[in-house]
Design a protein around this ligand. Structure first.
Ligand SMILES: [Ca+2]
Ligand SMILES: [Ca+2]
Length: 246
């Protein structure tokens, strides 16, 4: 199980730890041993895991005492009595999942599923403290990562990856709910930097285009029409913008 991302690359393991079909508790035990225990694999050897599987204690269903419906399945992959993964069920399907990959007792991976059973997003905690602040939305080879940099649940930065490589970002640096800074990457290199200088419209008013080993081309779009025109370089304000982009 891996969710590793930096300013340039992401490694996202989107394979689920949950059985595909779980309709009731009776099917759990054989199914549980077929689960690809990705979270556990970060901690355990396959041999240890096989032993846990044979013990039949790997999965524990939790039922609603009133309705008898299956609410949750707790997985203890290494049989140490501590739950590694909790899968929350709805109408016999996994709705969401919480995992503790490093075994410190705090949740560090969240998974959310659509009604059709497909994975919608994976949550992570940059502080490794059980607080969710990052959400990855995988679509084929593309991944969008929503980030709450203040860790308050408000998304103020998005990063877009293609084939694990960062291709663009957008950020709301003043917390007004509108994105005001954008980056575009080519082959991992910053190629274009855009900013809404007033931080008020959600649209860029200045664009810096970087070529190899040259000063950037600086263009402005003062009226927000989407048409950028070059400005003369060399002024103090230009240097300020160039430095800010770096
Ligand atoms: Ca943990
Ligand atoms: Ca903003």
């Amino acid at each position: 199980m891996r969710i590793e991302y930096s300013r340039r690359r992401i490694v996202l393991d989107t394979r689920s730890v949950v059985p595909k079909r779980v309709s009731d508790g009776a099917e759990l035990y054989p199914g549980a041993c077929l689960v690809r225990p990705l979270i556990a694999l970060t901690l355990l050897t396959i041999a240890t895991l096989s032993g846990a599987c044979r013990s039949r204690d790997i999965a524990t269903p939790v039922y609603d005492p009133v309705t008898g419906k299956l609410l949750r399945i707790d997985y203890d992959y290494n049989g140490d009595g501590r739950v590694d993964v909790r899968a929350f069920m709805k109408n016999g399907k996994t709705e969401r999942l919480e995992g503790d990959a490093d075994g410190d007792g705090r949740i560090d991976r969240w998974e959310y599923y659509r009604a059709d059973g497909t994975l919608e997003r994976i949550g992570g905690s940059t502080g490794h403290d059980g607080r969710e602040d990052t959400w990855a939305y995988p679509t084929g080879g593309d991944v969008r990562v929503d980030i709450s940099t203040h860790r308050d649940g408000v998304i103020d930065r998005r990063e877009y990856f293609r084939n694990q490589v960062l291709v663009k970002t957008e950020a709301d640096t003043n917390g007004d709910g509108l994105m005001d800074t954008w980056e575009e990457y080519e082959g991992g290199r910053l190629a274009v930097w855009l900013v809404d200088e007033q931080k008020a419209t959600g649209r860029p008013t200045r664009r810096l285009t970087y070529a190899h080993r040259t000063d950037p081309l600086i263009e402005v779009d003062a009226d927000g029409s989407g048409r950028f025109v070059p400005i003369e370089s060399g002024g103090d304000d230009v240097k300020e913008v160039v430095n800010a982009a770096r």
